[in-house]
Structures are given as C-alpha cells and as structure tokens.
Design a protein around this ligand. Sequence first.
Ligand SMILES: Cc1ncc(COP(=O)(O)O)c(C=O)c1O
Length: 398
Amino acid sequence: MNIDLQKIFTDTPGKKTCVHLNNCGSSLMPQSVLDAQVDHLKLEAAIGGYEAANKRRDAIEGVYDSVARLINCHRDEVAVVENATVGWAMAFYAIPFKAGDRILTVEAEYASNYVAYLQLAKQKGVEITVIPSDDKGQTSLCALEELIDDRVKLISVTHVPTNSGLVNPVEAIGAIARKHNILYLVDACQSAGQMPLDVEKIQCDILTATARKFLRGPRGVGFLYVRSSILDQLHPPMIDLYSASWTSPNEYVLRPDARRFENWENNYAAKLGLGACVDYALEVGLDNIKTRIDELASHLRENLAKIKRVKLHTFGAAHNAPQQCGIVTFSIDDIKSLDAVTEILSRGVNVSGSSPSSTLIDATNNNLPILIRSSVHYFNDHDEIDKFLQIIKDIAAS
Ligand SMILES: Cc1ncc(COP(=O)(O)O)c(C=O)c1O
C-alpha cells in the first residue's frame, strides 16, 4: 500500500473535531473538495452565477472526465445529477417495460429502488423476483442463472448494501447478464470511493453513485453512467430544454449523450466538489483505499466480536463471506440500537442507525433489528477505532 497517511490526515479538517465512523452516511470532505465549492460560491457572489459558470466552464467540463476516469467509461456516458436516487430513477423509469416483463433484484436491495419496482409492478404489471443469496450472504450466481428466462428485462443489483459489509459479485453477475443480453443496472452508491469500479469489467449498462458517501464529496450531487450502446433504448422520464432541443413547433430531439438525463439548472459548486472528490480518490488510489479500509474494518470487526453481548450483523461475520467492505453493523443484546447511537454520538463518535425498512427483504429474511451502523474510511486510524471500541465495551457492560 502506497498511501501518505500524514498528508491525508492533514487534508481532512474534520478529523480535528470528530471521530467520523459514518462514512456510509456522509463522509468528511478533504480540504480540496471544500475549496472547490467555496471558491466557486465566492466567484458566483462576486461576478454572478451565469458569469461564474462561464468563467469556470473548462473545470466544470473536467468533472465529466474525472468521473469517466473513476469508472472507466467515456465522458459522454456520464450525467451529473442531484443524488444517486435521481440518477437511478431517471435511468430506471426510462426503460421501456411492458406487462409481464421481469425484474431480477437482490435480497439486500435498497428501499428507494425496491419501491420503484413496486410502483411499476402496480402501474405496468411487471414482475419482481428476488434472487436468493448463497450461504455466504452474497447474491447466488446459480440461482440467478436458474431464474433467467425470455421475460427478464432487467437485472438490477445493489453492489454494497446500506446495512452491512456485504459486497455483491457484480462482475460475475454482469457476465451472466451479458451472456443473456439482459439490461444490467448497478447501484454503486456505497461502493463508489471505497473500492475500484470499472464498468467494462462489471459489464453493466447503467451505474449510479453519490458524492457524499465514500467519495467524500458534497451533499446533493451524484452521477449516472449509461452505456452509449443502450442510450437510444432509454427515453428519459423528464426532459427540458437542456436534455432535448425543441427543433420545430411539434418536434424535439434528445441530446445524443448521457446528459439527456440532466436538466438545465444545477449546483455548479457541488458539481465542482464532485470533480474534486473524484480527483482526490484517484490520487490516493482506489486499490490503496480498499486495502486500508479492509484493514481498519477487519480490526473493528474482530474486536467488536470479542465484546460480550455484541452481535455483529455483517454478512461476512455471519456467513464467512470472502469479501467485505467498510460498513460494520451490529446490535447489543438488551440495548436499543438507537439509544446506543445517542450515547456513542454524545461521546464524540459519529455513527448512525440502520432501520430494517431500508433493506426490508434482507432484514425480514435475516430477522434484523434496527442496527448500529459504523463505517470506516482510509482517513480513520486505529486510535479512533479503539476509542469507539471502548465506548461499545462501556455500553455493553452497562
Ligand atoms: C445502497 C444505496 N443506494 C442508494 C442510496 C441513495 O443515495 P442518495 O441519497 O444519494 O440518493 C443509498 C443511500 O444511503 C444507498 O445506501
């Protein structure tokens, strides 16, 4: 691992004021990400919003190059949107489903995605099938193969769920989707920024992510990738004068690139913040980031497991999964998780709670309560994790 931890610590102003183990909620921005936004806001205040966007046009265009480098695609395949959900929904609702079409999804699917499937099931008569997980807690590839038939229109997968360390085998799923020529959508909201992502290796057609989580970017901005070869199969559910040109009184023409999923007005400071956080992640190196997160998360998991009354709900811990990530969730016997979260926050460590309703199928199948959700990033260190472990020991002993 070739990573300058001292520089990373210095670059992270929030590290001075809190122990941040809520990176899967919203992480701490590096100084360069903060500067990119503040500088642009100052420019807007000084010369006007339109004028500032014109002046910084090259930098704004550069954001698409940065995202393209992050996921190994062409810049024309990237749309910058308000958040992962907007990107996901713009692509999902653009798919021309008809009654009887099937959507295959995963047990750990995120609530916002699942309710969209339910809406289409009610409105259009599509059928939703959840691919069972294997004994390691990952989406079962054998089960997926068996479920495929002519009616499967979409395989839609959450890479890393919001509520555990599970990492779904998106590349192996992609190989199956490609073999059967089925549209493949990956929600990479929790994986972007914590591990390498390559849309050519994953072989997905659509991928979505947000800036504020492991990418360490601002709130209120995210991106959507759409493979150029499927762009014309998708008609955005909402268009405006940016995504389409009004060419004659009765005609319009969609933009030829993925920006047909954007609209005209947007938060340029946040967009520049997205570019800056992606550049920062690329500079640290996604392999380095993953190695460091794996090391810190293993330390946390191993030591949590030793504390009496603590029940780890991380898939790997329960099912011996081969790959886990930086999200570590657990409960403490006879203590309400939300009370524990309040106590942890009061002692200066940021974590959050994870409700069963955010991953309802997984929570129901595995009988999950509300969980205490911690998540490490590469800028965390052993002292911070040990402080957190001590707090959990105290709570568990109380
Ligand atoms: C797996 C997953 N997908 C999607 C989202 C939604 O992201 P956003 O809030 O940026 O729309 C989240 C947010 O927690 C998530 O965990």
